[in-house]
Design a protein around this ligand. Structure first.
Ligand SMILES: NC(=O)c1ccc[n+]([C@@H]2O[C@H](COP(=O)([O-])OP(=O)(O)OC[C@H]3O[C@@H](n4cnc5c(N)ncnc54)[C@H](O)[C@@H]3O)[C@@H](O)[C@H]2O)c1
Length: 415
């Protein structure tokens, strides 16, 4: 395991203080005389055949743990104080058997929520989902008719089972928030218990605790309008459905999340770069979501030992994305976005929802046990670009090179 060591030379007493992370109490701080430490370091450097900067490797079965010589020295002297020893369990393997994953925002097999559910299922997780009431019936009918069977196949040939579908409207936190207009809406007829608080209570009654919470939903009623033309109502609706919904989900599900569990959401590069066409306050909502990811990572980490991360995903022709800017006879917003990415991203290859599913699997697994508060780009690297290769202004100067084709199998990577 890799551990950071800070060496602080105290000018007053000429002692060297070394400490390994994490340090929380004075008991973790060890004092050595300067000469003793230098002698030990010199002996270790002499014994090492590699570069002074290269870590040494210690093989444990198939896995390799690396630590710097100074850390090895520090570990042996401070073991009695250290509680950070990680048990190496052989080759990296994701096994989510016995874990329960609640994925909010699944209503068909074209989107990111489905692919994340499938990747988690491929590692053995029990999958339950939250579905927006207006599309609940059609989703349940599709499941019953087997419309998603092909997209349910897991790498071992079995099919993903969605154990339970909960109606969920993530703009309502508790029953008192639901207005009469919604109560009387025929798309909500016969449904109750779809507010976040009630869904969390139902999941608790059914499963006790969960281990993975996925927020894969967004909604902005004025998404096609530029920000300059967006109404207050539209802007706040985008924030409510696409950003606060994540805060509320964690508020309500946090108490039923096992320590060491995690939450993951989906964001988009429009949070930090201008993406014309992604309007109505949706870019603002994604910026909120990313900022909240960091704050929630801190708060939920300290409160429940829960990790919080977000994936900034590349453009995908999901149902939600296809509905943005649909003019007859013209490309949709998402078609422009996909073509732009193919022309300009560092990796000129198609992006599948499974690509995000596989990255989500890593973030939601124990492999990422120390990863929290991050925005992980899964977008063929488009976020890194500062110039558009296919711009007319670039013609004749920096021609994009044509990379060799990479074979792609549209199935989750077997781990
Ligand atoms: N498709 C893309 O190009 C892209 C890129 C980056 C990020 N994302 C993000 O990925 C996430 C999933 O979107 P997707 O593109 O896979 O589409 P999707 O259609 O599969 O998922 C969006 C889901 O949100 C649900 N939803 C909308 N309002 C809701 C509400 N009030 N309560 C509960 N559910 C509600 C919809 O029913 C739908 O199931 C979203 O956060 C989206 O912004 C998408």
């Amino acid at each position: 395991m890799l551990r950071a060591v800070a060496i602080i030379i105290s000018p007053r007493n000429k002692n060297i203080i070394t400490r390994t992370t994490p340090y929380t109490t004075p008991a973790n701080i060890m004092l050595f005389s300067r000469n003793a430490l230098f002698a030990a370091a010199a002996a270790l450097v002499a014994a090492s055949s590699g570069s002074a900067f290269a870590p040494t490797s210690t093989s444990v079965g198939n896995s390799v743990s690396r630590s710097s010589p100074a850390v090895i020295q520090q570990q042996s002297q401070s073991r009695q104080y250290s509680s950070t020893k990680l048990n190496m369990a052989g080759p990296a393997k994701v096994d989510l058997t016995g874990k329960v994953a609640f994925v909010a925002g699944v209503a068909d097999s074209t989107g990111y929520g489905w692919a994340i559910a499938r990747a988690l299922a491929s590692a053995g997780a029990t999958i339950i989902v939250g579905t927006w009431p207006p599309v609940l019936k059609i989703f349940e009918m599709g499941l019953k008719k087997g419309s998603f069977d092909e997209d349910s196949v897991l790498p071992d040939g079995s099919k993903m089972v969605i154990e339970k579908v909960y109606p969920l409207d993530a703009v309502f936190d508790c029953p008192a928030d639901v207005p009469d207009e919604i109560k009387n809406n025929k798309r909500y007829a016969g449904l109750d218990g779809f507010t976040i608080e009630e869904v969390a209570a139902a999941v608790k009654a059914d499963y006790g605790k969960i281990d993975i919470l996925v927020h894969s939903l967004a909604n902005g009623p004025e998404v096609t309008k530029p920000l300059l033309e967006t109404s207050r109502k539209g802007y706040l609706a985008a924030s409510s459905a696409s950003a606060y919904s994540a805060v509320s989900l964690l508020q309500k599900f946090g108490p039923i999340m096992n320590p060491g569990s995690n939450m993951l959401s989906l964001t988009y590069i429009a949070s930090e770069k201008v993406i014309p066409g992604y309007g109505g306050g949706m870019s603002s909502a994604k910026a909120q979501l990313e900022s909240d990811t960091r704050t929630l990572a801190f708060e939920a980490g300290r409160k429940w030992n829960v990790r919080v991360n977000t994936i900034s995903a590349g453009p995908l022709k999901s149902r939600a994305a296809s509905a943005i800017g649909k003019e007859p006879g013209q490309k949709t917003f998402i078609e422009y976005a996909i073509d732009y990415s193919n022309a300009n991203a560092p990796l000129a290859q198609d992006l599948y929802n499974d690509d995000v599913g596989n990255s989500a699997l890593f973030l939601c697994s124990g492999l990422a046990r120390t990863v929290t508060g991050v925005t992980l780009y899964v977008d063929n690297g488009l976020h890194a670009m500062g110039m558009a290769l296919d711009s007319a202004a670039m013609s004749g100067s920096m021609k994009p090179t044509t990379p060799p084709p990479v074979p792609v199998a549209k199935t989750p990577v077997a781990l």
